[in-house]
Design a protein around this ligand. Structure first.
Ligand SMILES: *Cc1c(COP(=O)(O)O)cnc(C)c1O
Length: 396
């Protein structure tokens, strides 16, 4: 027992690098440094007032006790109706919907419910930092396939097919993507889902950024492609990013009845329910969808302006090239021409210019950095001028 306190899971897990960058930037700021933070993985707006009011009302009414593990019935039904309308559910069956304490936990339970030792999970890189760690926590093996900016950061069905082995169980998709903001076209997504069906595989589709879209683009839900897709695709989403509700801890999961039931059981044994009064806030959002979308559209006006400002600014810097991505609130510029690893780049940028970005290394893609534009126009302007001087100095 001596010096052997930790389990194999605890020994192997690494802390979230995106949360770490954000914490470092906040600590520097608290110490009086003038930091430009592009590390944040959350919207910088307040939650829409009517959602907060519904939650406050629930609190005042004493909705402060345990709720059913899979979520309050009204919210599950409202979500089932919505997912039926958009084709993800073939029937508005609330038993196929689970409300969890965050999209992150929905992802974890989707993986834990379906994968175990001996199973392989295909993860396209650049990936969200938590996927490989979650797969390992389930005792399964991540299998990373890489898509660079030359292919729009999107893997092809042919690449996935090449990575499939008899041990493959699950393919993870995330569109729009964190960290790239890129969005799969319908045909690209369809090919992947058809492959999953043909090869008898499951798909976890993380759609947490489904409503944060620009340039008039459309988000496609793979579960809606066919009845077989509806059976095989686990759709994960949540309220955090769409409604600026990261601290509320509310995620969703939609799956076939067998998987949904297993997820609900895992949740009942590990966290019980998502916070009860939080769920009443979310219920107000789903029941008043047009007001909710109006609030989102107001946020999108600001996100879009900042996106283009950051995109143009980055592309004006010698040695940096950045794709125009269509979703979420991230840009993922290529910095490989500058001749530094992305970790050196981000460490030195923070040290010398007090600009916080996340190294592409954290997302499985060296040669890139991630910038979040969920920040003010002033910070973007100031940050861009600092990155410009940093790049000038490093190429001299
Ligand atoms: C933020 C995020 C989530 C989930 O966030 P929660 O705050 O747990 O709801 C899931 N997937 C991706 C890709 C994310 O960026």
């Amino acid at each position: 027992m001596k010096n052997n306190y930790l389990s194999p899971w605890a020994k192997n897990v690494s802390p979230s690098p995106t949360l770490a960058v954000d914490a470092k930037a906040k600590a520097l700021k608290a110490a009086g440094e003038d930091v430009c933070g592009f590390g944040a993985g959350e919207p910088d707006f307040d939650t829409p007032a009517f959602i907060k009011e519904a939650c406050a009302k629930a609190l005042a009414e004493g909705k402060t006790k345990y709720a059913p593990a899979a979520g309050i019935p009204d919210l599950r039904q409202a979500l089932a109706d919505q997912y039926h309308e958009n084709g993800v559910l073939t029937e508005a069956n609330s038993a196929q919907v689970v409300v969890s304490p965050g999209g992150k936990y929905s992802c974890y339970l989707a993986i834990l419910a379906t994968c175990g030792p001996g199973d392989e999970v295909i993860i396209p890189a650049p990936y969200w930092v938590s996927y490989p760690e979650m797969v390992k926590l389930a005792g399964a093996q991540p299998k990373i396939i890489l898509a660079g900016d030359e292919q729009g950061f999107k893997v092809t069905a042919a690449q996935i097919e090449e990575a499939i082995t008899p041990a493959t169980k699950l393919i993870i998709l995330n569109s729009p993507s964190n960290p790239t903001g890129c969005l799969y076209e319908k045909s690209e997504m369809e090919e992947i889902v058809e492959l999953a069906c043909k090869k008898d595989l499951l798909v976890m589709s993380d759609e947490i950024y489904e409503y944060l879209l620009y340039d008039g683009s459309t988000h496609y839900r793979p579960a809606s492609f066919s009845s077989e897709a509806a059976e095989r695709v686990i759709t994960v989403s949540g309220f955090s990013k769409t409604f600026s509700m990261t601290g509320w801890r509310l995620g969703t999961l939609v799956a076939n009845p067998e998987i949904a039931k297993a997820v609900a059981s895992l949740q009942s044994q590990t966290t019980s329910n998502a916070t009860t009064f939080s769920q009443y806030g979310a219920l107000a959002a789903v029941q008043n969808w047009s007001s909710a979308m109006q609030a989102v559209n107001e946020m999108l006006v600001h996100f879009d302006r900042r996106r283009l400002m950051l995109l143009d600014g980055l592309n004006a810097i010698n040695g940096i090239s950045c794709l125009r991505s269509q979703g979420a609130f991230y840009l993922f510029p290529n910095i490989s021409e500058l001749g530094m690893s992305s970790e050196d780049f981000s460490n030195q940028l923070l040290e010398k210019e007090k600009v916080a970005v996340v190294s592409g290394h954290a997302f499985g893609s060296d040669g890139y950095i991630r910038l979040s534009y969920a920040t003010s126009d002033e910070i973007i302007e100031k940050g861009l001028s600092r990155i410009t001087s940093f790049c000038k100095e490093s190429t001299n």
